[in-house]
Design a protein around this ligand. Structure first.
Ligand code: LLP
Length: 443
């Protein structure tokens, strides 16, 4: 009896261990940077060289992401164009890398700073689209001067534009009345969205532009970020084309491009299924050419990827600063909400991997940084292996809207950025210093 219960217990232990191991393997298998992050020697040498927290980007993954979209579009569309959404990550080294993977790459810019960043990477302003919203006259003037394709968010922006100058070409942002994003906060169309021109009003905007003598037109729609649902993409393009056809027949114009915006989702969780680009763009191509059967004169399909270019290519290397057993168990790390805003802002989930020997999960922890806000969480109630002070942890999928949304709260300098190519690494942005933060104060 004693023997048999011990045996049962042992078997259970073994099964548990096996199951945990298996879960771990499955989870890790889903991420393209898995092997890299497991390399504790490399991770330690990066942490040693540049300190923590640091944003690390993997060159090959960026190139793959760019080429994958570029090749898929070339397969399914007569004419297409990619404008990388600079807001996702504006480090010029990364933009240059993207441009070398796709020399015709344009930029989707939403501020003078993003136009500037695209310029630093040698991206031709003529290949860029500027999508402002509630932009100032000086923003409009800068975009006009640079010669980017202006995509306006409201008819009144066009009135203001005409007082500054008249471009040869114009585009307006459509709000089709619905949108979809991973979170309500990143759903950028629909009745609650501050973006775009309502479907029933957009024709007036084009009429106004036509009356002003403009003859080249595009139409843009960005309805939400992080979409992994193919059906949604079909629904969105169908709605957009319904409106472009209506505008074209009423005004006798032809759109030179239709941009479906960004929003191509990436898996942030183990259970997320990545988009199948071939299947998705084959469907979208059918929809486009069904509406525009003359392929040669059909509008070019524009896409403005942010997350899908850089999201999974970047991670944060952070160090465990302290462990606290309170009413719940906390793991303190040196990357807080000032380094990665997404969890605190949207409740976003980012996978985390302990560098080196991962081991079995040991309990449930809240991962928090050094910030004086109780919303300072990178993860909540996360099953994780045992860690000790000084251990390194990688926070995955932080390449997009990670560094770009980091800030100086609690007067904390921003992290360093490092580009990794095989096992060679290069600093592509120095860690900020405390003095840098006070640069403009002149004291
Ligand atoms: N084009 C326009 C006009 C946009 O406003 C955006 C993102 C994009 C393209 C790129 O979308 P993506 O491919 O990255 O989904 N901070 C949020 C995402 C907000 C997206 C805002 N606009 C996040 O961290 O999830």
């Amino acid at each position: 009896m004693a023997y048999s219960s011990t045996f049962t217990y042992d078997l259970k232990q073994i099964m548990n261990k096996f199951r945990l191991q298996l879960t771990y393997e499955i989870r890790m298998n889903t991420h393209p940077l898995r092997e890299l992050i497991k390399d504790s020697e490399l991770m330690s040498s990066i942490a040693q060289s540049y300190g923590t927290p640091s944003y690390i980007y993997e060159k090959g993954q960026i190139e793959n992401n760019v080429k994958r979209l570029k090749n898929t579009l070339a397969t399914y569309f007569e004419k297409s164009h990619i404008c990388y959404a600079v807001k996702a990550n504006s480090n010029p080294h990364l933009l240059r890398l993207m441009k070398s993977a796709h020399p015709e790459l344009g930029g989707d810019c939403s501020s003078p700073g993003e136009i500037y960043a695209a310029g630093l990477a040698g991206i031709d302003p003529k290949d860029c689209i500027y999508t402002g919203n509630y932009e100032s006259n000086s923003d409009i003037a800068m975009a006009l001067k640079k010669g980017v394709y202006l995509n306006l968010d409201d008819e009144t922006s066009f009135d203001r534009l005409l007082k500054i100058g008249k471009p040869k070409r114009i585009s307006f942002r459509l709000n089709p009345g619905f949108g979809k994003g991973t979170f309500s906060q990143i759903t950028t169309a629909g009745e609650n969205a501050k973006f775009g021109i309502p479907a029933e009003k957009i024709i007036n905007a084009y009429k106004k532009a036509q009356d002003a003598g403009i003859r080249q037109f595009g139409l843009q729609c960005m309805a939400g970020s992080g979409n992994l649902d193919e059906d949604y993409w079909e629904e969105l393009l169908t709605a957009i084309l319904h409106h472009t056809k209506k505008i074209e027949s009423s005004l006798g114009i032809n759109f030179e491009f239709i941009s479906i915006g960004g929003g191509l989702g990436i898996p942030y969780k183990d259970e997320d299924t990545p988009l199948n680009y071939n299947r998705l763009f084959a469907k979208l191509s059918n929809i486009l050419y069904h509406n525009y059967p003359e392929k040669a004169s059909a509008p070019s399909l524009w896409v403005e990827p942010g997350k899908s270019f850089i999201g999974d290519a970047g991670f944060i290397l952070t160090r465990v600063t302290g462990l606290k057993e309170s009413y719940k168990n906390f793991v303190g790390i040196d990357a807080g909400m000032e380094t990665l805003m997404r969890p605190a802002l949207y409740g976003a989930y980012h996978r985390m991997i302990k560098v080196g020997e991962h081991g079995e999960n040991n309990g449930s922890y809240d991962f928090t940084g050094p910030i004086c806000e109780n919303t300072d969480r990178i993860a909540t109630a996360r099953e994780f292996p045992k860690v000790t002070e000084g251990d390194l942890i990688a926070i995955l999928d932080a390449g997009a809207y990670g560094y770009a949304m980091s800030h100086n709260f609690n007067t904390r300098p921003r992290a360093a950025e490092v580009l990794l190519d095989g096992d060679t690494h290069q600093l592509i942005r120095k860690r900020e210093t405390i003095e840098d933060i006070f640069f403009g104060c002149n004291v």
